[in-house]
Design a protein around this ligand. Structure first.
Ligand code: SF4
Ligand SMILES: [Zn+2]
Ligand SMILES: [Zn+2]
Length: 311
């Protein structure tokens, strides 16, 4: 098998593009997919400051690496959830990347430690407030990531969601006709109101397999284990189903998700935005001042139930 571009020995086959690439051409392909995503979805420019949510997994570290290699100003933001050995190992991966790749390129890593700031590990907090661990975790991560971006004056927040994540989420939203979520499922969600940072997903054109290969070929070490709290059986099932379709018919995931985006674009003729109804309902949280549709935001409600002051 030879590289479609330069005819030397290929190291990876990309059936959905009817292509195979050598290491150099594959790296170029990955960078090009991200550059296209950034441009076509009007994500950010070379002067913008980007805050990348990094977890220690392949997607977020690959994203940070690619943005830096493409010459963007991208810093990292890591939330230490206090989940024993898993959090220790994931932090080691993030720290290693930050020191060896990001710092020499002038990029910084910000960290938020839930045990220090929220007063307990994520499992203990969830028990205290009688909520599922993942929903407690989601509330804290969303809140602290947005807060870090706004307070530190970043122009945009970037997450490592890939094509598999977005196609599985779309399948779930379609199967349950979650029309509200469908409206908001795009790679760019603008900062529609003061206090909410713009959010982007520059990896939506790349699959999980391609990102794992990128990390291996670029010698980026990442944590392979899933978070031990992961209960996303449904998301995993959707991914499995989509993988079966992809094997039978390469390109299915891409047609499904990109096709959806095309239709959204034609319908709105503009990037996705928060609905006018939601915007009208937003106002500052009575406790912390971040935007919310309720009197008190879900993070402050959570902290109040845990009997801890919002920080
Ligand atoms: S699996 Fe749940 S607890 Fe673990 S990082 Fe994801 S949302 Fe948080
Ligand atoms: Zn090549
Ligand atoms: Zn609040």
């Amino acid at each position: 098998m030879n590289c479609t571009k330069c005819k030397t020995k290929a190291v990876i086959k990309i059936p959905r593009h009817h292509a195979a690439f050598c290491k150099g051409c594959f790296t170029h392909f990955v960078h090009d997919q991200v550059a296209r995503a950034v441009k076509s979805e009007k994500m950010f420019g070379k002067d913008d400051r980007i805050l990348v949510a990094v977890s220690g997994g392949k997607d977020s570290l690959a994203l940070w690496d690619i943005l830096l290699k493409l010459g963007y100003k991208a810093d990292g933001f890591y939330v230490n959830l206090g989940i024993g050995g898993y959090s220790e190992r994931s932090y080691t991966m993030v720290r290693r990347f930050a020191d060896s790749v990001a710092a020499p390129l002038g990029a910084a890593l910000h960290t938020h430690t839930v045990e220090h700031e929220e007063g307990g590990g994520i499992k203990e907090l969830a028990q205290v407030v009688h909520r599922p661990t993942c929903s407690t975790c989601g509330t804290i991560k969303r809140y602290q990531f947005n807060r870090a971006a706004v307070e530190r004056e970043y122009d945009v927040m970037a997450t490592g969601h890939n094509l598999d994540d977005e196609a599985a989420r779309l399948l779930g939203n379609v199967l349950h006709w979650q029309e509200d979520y469908l409206e908001k499922q795009g790679p760019t969600l603008p900062a529609s109101i003061e206090g909410f940072a713009k959010k982007v997903k520059p990896l939506y054109r790349l699959s999980e397999r391609e990102l794992a290969a990128y990390c291996v070929l670029s010698k980026i070490e990442y944590i392979v284990d899933e978070c031990p709290m992961a209960q996303g059986a449904r998301t995993l099932l959707y991914k499995e189903v989509l993988n079966r379709l992809e094997t039978e018919s390469p390109g299915t995931k891409q047609y499904f998700y990109w096709g959806f985006l095309d239709k959204q674009r034609r319908k709105q003729d503009a990037p996705l935005t928060m609905s006018e109804k939601d915007q009208a309902l937003l106002h500052p949280c009575a406790t912390c001042g971040q935007p919310t549709t309720a009197e008190v935001c879900s993070y402050c409600k959570l902290m109040a139930r845990a009997k801890l002051p919002a920080r």
